[in-house]
Design a binder for this molecule. Structure first.
Ligand SMILES: *Cc1c(COP(=O)(O)O)cnc(C)c1O
Length: 376
């Protein structure tokens, strides 16, 4: 069994992918052509923002967002210690200081109740991560950001298509998409993400014209007009071939996310009886798109080893919280600073889950987990 099977997805839409790959090759325009523009329009429509800008990677989406907001030396950015390294890495490479806030142990997302204590005069941005495909509590985060005049950059790398219900008045609710709640949303098209390219790719979404325009120029050496550079930027464009692949895949995203949700519900239904294991918690009003299906259990390492003997691969997202990473040692955090993130790192286990995962494999996984606990 594979943890994720990208070939199965290719085979399922081979015809349209082959055609678009060949047409792009024949087209002779490989950087900043029509496909990127078209994808930007489609993603902006999907996320319900005015603008989208295609970039080299999700990491660059986060980094250029900070750059566009002129975040750098002397500034602090509040984020979660329980994420992929890129989230904190970009804050540091932009010259600012990552300030961590512990997570809510049920959702694994940043705990808004703990953000206030982390705010200082130097705070400029809150950067929540929508971990595993479920949105952080954006209502609470936006409220804090407004009060303290902070920007919000959403790391939505794992959450393209996730939604959240929010209250607009005493009786009125609306639904918002991940990437449309803050000032900027950041997406990754890394091959294993819910919408994956055949290489690196990323995008930002925003309703702010000034930020979109700035990032559009930052990705292309600070240039709007050929060989005129208004400021210094970077080389961070999404290329035409990746955009073409993503355009062919995008119409399937909704169906794929639904397939993920269906498998997740099947796992949860069948594993719910095991007391020593916690299945993913879904906040009321949230649409979780299950980039990962992550359980937690005190017997994590033993369960993982057992599943491995049954040819079931698993992953740990993430084994070491960011505040304890060697690369961020200079921030002087220590063990015990964020107990929820530290405990989660010891207990989480992601099971195989992708839209094409066969029902026979799903049953094999469920049966193996059940038999592990029966013999405990
Ligand atoms: C994948 C990911 C990123 C980085 O995206 P890349 O496209 O790989 O650069 C950032 N944050 C989170 C939470 C991610 O999962």
């Amino acid at each position: 069994m594979k943890y994720i099977d990208l070939e199965a997805q290719y085979k399922s839409i081979k015809y349209s992918l082959d055609k678009t790959l060949l047409n792009t090759a024949k087209g002779g325009k490989y950087i900043l052509g029509k496909q990127v523009v078209k994808l930007e329009e489609k993603v902006a429509a999907l996320i319900q923002t005015k603008y989208a800008v295609g970039l080299n990677s999700g990491t660059d989406a986060l980094f250029l967002s900070l750059k566009a907001m002129a975040i750098g030396h002397g500034d602090e950015v509040i984020t979660t210690p329980f994420s992929f390294v890129a989230t904190a890495e970009v804050i540091a490479t932009a010259g600012a200081k990552p300030v961590f806030v512990d997570i809510n142990p049920r959702t694994f997302n940043i705990d808004p109740a703990k953000i206030k204590r982390a705010i200082t005069k130097r705070s400029k941005v809150i950067m929540p991560v929508h971990l595993y495909g479920q949105m952080a509590d954006m209502d609470a985060i936006i409220k804090i950001a407004k009060k303290h005049k902070l920007f919000v950059i959403e790391d939505a790398a794992q959450a393209i298509g996730a939604t959240q219900k929010y209250q607009v008045s005493s009786s009125k609710y609306l639904v918002r998409k991940a990437g449309s709640a803050g000032n900027i949303g950041c997406f990754s098209f890394f091959p294993t993400k819910n919408l994956g390219a055949y290489g690196d790719g990323g995008m930002i979404t925003t309703n702010y014209e000034r930020l979109a325009e700035k990032i559009r120029m930052l990705r292309n050496h600070g240039s709007k007009k050929k060989y005129q550079h208004d400021f210094l930027g970077f080389s961070s464009r999404l290329d035409e071939l990746q955009a073409a692949i993503l355009l062919a895949k995008l119409p399937h995203l909704k169906k794929w996310n639904k397939a993920r949700q269906k498998i997740a519900a099947y796992y949860t239904k069948n594993l719910a009886g095991i007391e020593a294991l916690t299945t993913p918690f879904i906040e009321a009003g949230d649409e979780h798109i299950f980039h990962q299906y992550t359980i937690r259990t005190k017997e994590r390492d033993k369960l993982r080893a057992f599943l491995s003997t049954r040819d079931i691969p698993t992953s740990i997202h993430y084994p070491l919280p960011l505040h304890l990473q060697p690369a961020l040692k200079y921030l002087n955090y220590k063990l015990g600073d964020f107990p929820e993130a530290e405990l989660a790192a010891k207990e989480v286990l992601s099971l195989p889950l992708y839209p094409e995962l066969k029902i026979s494999d799903q049953n094999k996984i469920i049966n193996a987990v059940i038999s592990f606990y029966r013999n405990q």
